[in-house]
Ligand binder design. Structure first.
Ligand SMILES: [Fe+2]
Length: 460
């Protein structure tokens, strides 16, 4: 699948719906096809890179650039508004856009995820940048390192524990923490309650983590900071390392030091996103995860030209110090999600975004639901030239079944160059959408988001 002519060329990652948008919009009373469930009161939020100005496509990386948060506010069966706003940073301030997030803001604002926690809306990213707090209407309030309790940067993928209300995160910061990452726990009050260093021989890209009732899971996989690239001024100094001792670490959640990690070897690969993780009764751990065979080896502009992601089940055996990998599906897919009610426990269902459609190997396409117990899946085809982003599961009030709720996803329509929010019945994913909210513009492919209810703190 590699086309050498495309390498050292970020054009695919800034073209079509990868391209940034240039306007901040506020549009109210959006048109809707179908009926938005009346109980959905809150905001669907998304974040992604939206670089400002001209880009050098020979060196640009999809993961770089200012964050832009998009929000759709629902209430009483209506889509009350759509807003998109830059996340404040030094760069947005220099361009006369969003104000600086000061006093310790980053050159570019957090561009990877947006969560609600302890009543605050936070834009977040990995690799050394603190969260930036936003207003309900998505304007920048300022840098918020959990009320000053965060020592370094945070992560784009904190793992929420619905039993404790905590967020757990693996945080790395190449500029300040070259020989370790930090395991950080944020309490339900929005302040850090635990910071534990985990010493590593390299500085791997730890994009995400796993969490079970027993363990915090560290992914030490072969994409790491290359100091030569960093000193040469590369803005994205990470690459694939051949002959890397790839491993998965099980850190007991109650550990007092990283000496308690149980490291388990794994055949080299990379994964950005676990769908969910849980303990088995025999002491092993299951991680369902989207895996790349290789990443950032030849393609240094984005993730899709060395390999494409597939869903696997990893079984971690701490007694054997070994991870077994089993492919679940040949299809390419990313952005796996699970219902908040089964986070860190055994799940039956999972949801992903299919990668690849008739136009491009790295477009996004179907929304896929898995029934892991039955070994089946069903896909929602959004139509020709239409592709869904990360599927966000929203539980129906009073639900007892794990999949009783809705899937909300942003769908890009290439012909109209515009996006919709599509709401699917999670128990009838292949059926017609419950509602399609027509947005006034497109939301770039971007990365992650969440449904943030108005009345409770949602799961990130
Ligand atoms: Fe991510």
């Amino acid at each position: 699948m590699q086309d050498e002519s495309l390498l050292n060329d970020a054009t695919p990652y800034v073209s079509g719906n990868y391209a940034p948008v240039t306007e901040e919009l506020t549009v109210t009373d959006l048109p809707v096809i179908g009926q938005i469930p009346e109980e959905l009161e809150g905001r669907l939020l998304r974040n992604g890179p939206n670089p400002i100005g001209d880009l050098d496509v020979s060196s640009h990386h999809w993961f770089l650039g200012d964050g832009m948060v998009h929000g759709i506010r629902l209430r009483g069966g209506k889509a009350e508004w759509y807003r998109n706003r830059y996340v404040g940073s030094q760069n947005t301030a220099q361009h006369g856009l969003a104000p600086s997030a000061g006093p310790i803001d980053a050159m570019t604002g957090p561009n990877t995820n947006v969560i609600g926690h302890a009543g605050k809306t936070l834009a977040i990213v990995e690799a050394g940048t603190a969260p930036v707090e936003l207003t309900y209407e998505l304007d920048t309030v300022g840098t918020n390192g959990f009320e000053g309790t965060l020592e370094n940067g945070f992560s784009a993928h904190p793992k929420y524990d619905p039993l404790t209300g905590e967020m757990h995160a693996m945080c790395y910061a190449p500029a300040t923490l070259m020989d370790k990452v930090q395991y950080v726990v944020v309490g339900p009050d929005g302040t850090v309650t635990k910071t534990m260093p985990i010493h590593l021989p390299t500085m791997p890209m730890i994009h995400d983590m796993g969490l079970t009732q027993t363990y915090a899971i560290v992914f030490d996989l072969p994409v790491a900071v290359d100091l030569d690239l960093a000193f040469a001024g590369q803005r994205f100094p990470l690459r694939w390392f051949h002959d890397y001792d790839a491993r998965v670490g099980l850190l007991p959640r109650n550990a007092t030091s990283d000496a308690e990690i149980i490291w388990c070897e794994i055949d080299p690969c990379y994964a950005f996103h676990p769908l969910n993780s849980y303990d088995l009764d025999d002491g092993r751990v299951v991680i369902d995860i989207c895996r790349f065979d290789k990443l950032f080896d030849v393609d240094r502009n984005g993730p899709f030209r060395d390999a494409l992601p597939q869903l696997e089940r990893w079984t971690v055996d701490p007694a054997a110090h070994r991870v077994t990998r089993d492919l679940i599906d040949e299809r390419h897919q990313e952005f796996p999600r699970v219902a908040g009610s089964v986070l860190n426990e055994k799940h039956r269902y999972g949801y992903t975004a299919g990668v690849g459609d008739s136009t491009s190997e790295w477009s996004f396409g179907d929304t896929i639901k898995y029934d892991f117990d039955a070994g089946t899946s069903v896909a929602h085809d959004h139509g020709a030239g239409r592709g869904g982003a990360e599927p966000v599961f929203v539980r129906r009030e009073g639900a007892t079944a794990e999949d009783d709720g809705w899937i909300m996803t942003v769908v890009y329509d290439a012909a109209e160059d515009r996006s919709d929010v599509v709401i699917l019945d999670a128990q009838d994913v292949g059926g017609d959408p419950v509602a399609t909210i027509q947005l006034p513009a497109r939301i770039p492919i971007g990365f992650h988001g969440n449904w943030v209810r108005d009345t409770v703190t949602p799961a990130p």
